[in-house]
Design a binder for this molecule. Structure first.
Ligand code: ADP
Ligand code: ASP
Ligand code: MG
Length: 400
């Protein structure tokens, strides 16, 4: 029996009309005799609106309550879509994350899926139901509702496909994966396929089209993922184990906007002190990304690092403690930065990508700050006003 997970993102479900069109799309697949599990996000900008409501209700909303609140967005979608499918004569059932057996752990608002008990889903599939699961949510061991972090419906969908041993279609508001966000570069080129390794790197480096952890799961469990438009028939882009095409040096360019850059001058050159600082940051759940340390001749070091802007409140409180303990430090917290990265597995075997980038930035007077590399990517932080220009020149130079 053929089986498939179909995931629909928020913009594809913005209105009742769009949801009706999606119901029709699902029904076409079901009529082919395929067992269908649908994963839905909240309608349109619902999650943002719920976050904004929480912020109006409380200065620092409890994350447990926030999870319960945010999960309601996806519950609206499962109910409405199931009603539509039923109206059209199909057997359908909407399941919350908990009802779908999604067990999670971790920090509220950023839980991870530990396991999924799919017995409930399988029972309904065997009984010819289209099963509509609320994305982005689960339940922890304490019985509380949890959410998986922004964009987490992708994770729900791919984790379900892994567990149900079937492929996963991700339907969104673009026709597939492009070398660069088509909203930034309107003539960007769509990729027929992309290796899971490159997709993961692009996603972690900011390509919003896929939630990065979902690609991790796809890679680990070998889930075949296709990304396509929810409302326009298109071939889409296949995320494959290995792209068999000859490797280009650069496959894509990603931008991460939500980062902050911290620069700490006059920090005593004590390895214990620096270790304690990073331990404190880690204990606060702050994910540090780029790090640079330069040693002065005066017994002090300058330390710079980037972190997610989502962790700003926690970060500021750690830095306040540091100023209290080490009053001589000079701290600059730069919120006006973004990270522009190029990604390509061809970089492993081809040299000259960094040289070309440095030349491009010099020619176009694009100033950058911290730089980091991985085996298959190079990232530059820069002031936000340079971001668009940098992306345009990269896209042109590398034909993305
Ligand atoms: P959904 O609501 O369906 O989850 P998202 O807004 O999370 O959709 O992701 C789709 C968006 O991702 C697109 O509208 C596009 O602007 C953006 N995007 C960023 N990088 C890329 C890329 N390389 N290819 C395609 N889309 C991209
Ligand atoms: N509704 C959630 C969000 O906006 C989850 C998702 O869309 O994937 O982040
Ligand atoms: Mg998304």
């Amino acid at each position: 029996m053929n089986r498939k997970v179909m995931k629909f993102g928020g913009s594809s479900l913005e209105t009742i009309e769009k949801m009706q069109a999606i119901a029709t799309k699902i029904e076409k697949e079901a009529l082919q005799g395929t067992q269908i599990v649908v994963v839905v996000s909240a309608m349109g900008k619902t999650t943002n609106q719920l976050i904004s409501l929480a912020k109006q209700a409380s200065q620092s909303p409890s994350k447990r309550e926030l999870d319960a609140l945010l999960s309601t967005g996806e519950q609206v979608s499962i109910s409405l879509l199931s009603m539509m499918l039923q109206d059209h004569g199909f057997k359908a059932i909407g399941l919350t994350g908990f009802q779908a057996g999604i067990k999670t752990s971790g920090i509220h608002t950023n839980n991870r899926i530990d396991d999924i008990d799919v017995s409930h889903i399988l029972k309904y599939l065997e009984d010819q139901h289209i099963v509509v699961v609320a994305g982005f949510q689960g339940q922890n061991a304490a019985g509380d509702i949890t959410t998986l972090g922004r964009g987490g419906s992708d994770t729900t969908a791919i984790a379900l496909a892994a567990k149900l041993d079937c492929p996963c279609d991700i339907y969104t508001d673009v026709t597939g994966i492009y070398g660069v966000d088509p909203r930034l570069v309107p003539n960007a080129k769509q990729l027929k396929m992309i290796s899971v390794e490159e997709m993961k790197e692009m996603a972690f480096l900011g390509a919003k089209v896929m939630e990065p952890r979902s690609i991790d799961i796809a890679q680990h469990y070998g889930v075949i993922v296709k990304v396509a438009h929810a409302h326009i028939d298109s071939e889409g882009t296949l995320i494959v184990k290995e792209d068999m095409m000859e490797h280009r040096p650069i496959t894509g360019c990603s931008v991460l906007e939500k980062i902050v850059l911290v620069n700490i001058q006059h920090l005593p050159a004590s390895m214990t002190l620096i270790a304690n600082l990073f331990v404190t940051l880690a204990n606060e759940g702050i994910n540090i990304d780029m790090i640079s340390q330069t040693q002065g001749s005066d017994g002090f070091v300058t330390l710079a690092f980037t972190a997610s802007a989502d962790d700003l409140d926690n970060l500021e409180s750690v830095l306040r403690y540091l100023t209290h303990d080490e009053p001589q430090v000079i701290i600059q917290l730069d919120k006006n930065v973004s990270k522009v990265s190029v990604v390509g597995s061809g970089m492993r075997s081809q040299s000259g990508v960094a040289a070309k980038l440095f030349q491009l930035f010099a020619d176009h007077e694009i100033a950058y700050k911290l730089i980091t590399t991985s085996e298959i990517s190079i990232s530059y932080t820069m002031s936000k006003e340079h971001t668009n220009h940098a992306v345009q020149v990269i896209a042109q130079a590398f034909d993305l």
